[in-house]
Write a protein that binds this ligand. Structure first.
Ligand SMILES: OC[C@H]1NNC[C@@H](O)[C@@H]1O
Ligand SMILES: [Ca+2]
Length: 446
């Protein structure tokens, strides 16, 4: 019966654009996700985050749910355009007040706030000036971060500079499925460099402001397995590991972009992102923890494709989620072990893990999401193995507290421990809510 350490942190996670709604209320500026979701054709089910879970008006009810769940910590993100409607300069006091009220309610409930500075909702005014491709956004982010460190100098347990810079760079600027919807690999490379620089400047500001708490960054990491043990499949898997994982892990912990990927991109004719020695040290300065978001692994082999020459496989014997992601609990153990051994982070938090299911209330209004319980249990057992083997993991956050706006899929994908009826905005606790409540209370997974 695996027990987690007594001081192990159990939590849940959300993000501003996905739950808050009130997209243009109380002085909030437009974000690139407001713009992207308002552009017809971008969101699969045609919904937007205009209202989402209406958390902006219902946060007290949602903190009460967190208190009932009994979590040690709650991860949320701050909406940059709620604080600086134009990205920098004028502060929107009402926006700041909302997060003061939220952290105040969390404090009252004995729940540690975990704040993500950037979870994708860039002020549109900055995008109009080049967005993450531009140095201006890098500087504006450093100012935004410093302002928040000063405004919440003592309340926050963990500060996360960026959520999933790989997604921001490559899904937002190469695949085009996320805001700002660009399809330009060179832009994506430039964006990944600027996100890393902005992370470095934020960490520097955090140290200078002597802010309490810890600071880190969250990466979505996926183990990559070759489809066969052929040389070309193994090389394809190595390329994907570089693209998905090492492209950010190496600069953050080794101060360099991975050489094999730079050579590959150069061979493909892309101008490479340049880093001076000073910029390399800025990016690789020590952080207090690494956040890992884990959902699935990837199985790849040699294939066609313009840039990576890979083909993805879905093992037929596996089960898949509502997102079409393979359920592979071992991958959480694998990635924690690999990162601990190869990159030696001071500390690790699993800042997201969860599953989308087609949840619907039954005739009695209950949601028996047994598949989510099985998913969370199997991943917690895999995580426990890594902890048992000495990996420095201090916490685990379920994605998500409640169903919310799942980016390009809109409101159609449900990840919550709590169901949201989007017509009434009623919250309904699923069976997994009660299961996780017991895990949090007992620190045990049975
Ligand atoms: O796709 C599920 C989650 N993945 N990580 C980032 C979150 O914003 C997503 O909802
Ligand atoms: Ca600290």
């Amino acid at each position: 019966m695996p027990y987690f350490p007594e001081d192990f942190i159990f939590g849940v996670a959300t993000a501003s654009y996905q739950i808050e709604g009130a997209w243009n209320e109380d002085g909030k500026g437009e974000s690139i996700w407001d713009r992207f979701a308002h552009t017809p054709g971008n969101i699969q089910d045609g919904t937007t985050g205009d209202v989402a879970c209406d958390h902006y008006h219902r946060f007290e009810e949602d903190v009460a749910l967190l208190k009932e769940l009994g979590v040690d910590a709650y991860r949320f993100s701050i909406s940059w355009p709620r604080i600086f409607p134009e990205g920098r300069g004028r502060v929107n006091e009402k926006g700041l007040d909302f997060y003061r009220s939220l952290t105040g309610k969390l404090q009252e409930a004995g729940i540690k706030p975990v704040v993500t500075l950037y979870h994708w909702d860039l002020p549109q005014k900055l995008q109009d000036k080049g967005g993450w491709e531009s140095q201006e956004t890098v500087e504006a982010f450093a100012e935004y971060a410093r302002f928040l460190f000063q405004s919440f100098a003592k309340e926050v347990f963990l500060w996360i500079t960026h959520n999933e810079p790989w997604v921001v760079s490559f899904v937002g600027h190469y695949e085009g499925r996320h805001a700002p919807g660009k399809r330009d690999f060179k832009s994506a490379l430039q964006v990944s460099r600027n996100l890393l620089l902005s992370h470095g400047l934020a960490v520097q500001a955090f140290r200078e402001e002597k802010t309490l708490g810890s600071i880190g960054i969250t990466l979505n990491l996926t183990p990559v397995h070759p489809f066969s043990d052929s040389e070309e499949d193994i090389l394809a898997a190595k390329r994907c590991d570089g693209y998905f994982n090492r492209w950010f892990l190496d600069p953050l912990f080794k101060g360099e972009f991975p050489e094999d990927m730079l050579l590959w991109y150069e061979k493909k004719g892309f101008a490479l992102p340049q880093l001076s020695e000073e910029e390399k040290s800025l990016i690789a300065q020590p952080i207090d923890f690494l956040g890992i978001n884990y959902y699935f692994r990837r199985v790849v082999g040699k294939g066609e494709g313009a840039i990576f020459e890979v083909e993805f496989f879905n093992p037929p014997q596996s089960e898949y989620t509502d997102m079409g992601w393979e359920i592979y609990p071992e991958g959480l153990y694998e990635i924690v072990k690999r990162v601990s051994e190869e990159y030696q982070p001071e500390d690790i938090y699993i800042t997201e893990n969860g599953i989308a299911l087609p949840d619907q209330p039954d005739s009695k209004g209950r949601i028996n999401d047994q598949k989510r319980i099985d998913y969370l249990r199997s991943h917690l057992l895999a995580l426990h193995r890594a902890v048992d083997e000495g990996c420095p993991v201090s916490g685990y956050f379920v994605w998500s507290l409640m169903d919310n706006f799942e980016w390009g899929f809109g409101l159609s994908k449900r990840f919550g421990l709590v169901y949201v009826d989007y017509t009434t905005l009623q919250r309904i606790k699923k069976a997994s809510f009660y299961w996780y409540q017991k895990v949090v209370k007992s620190k045990r997974v049975d």
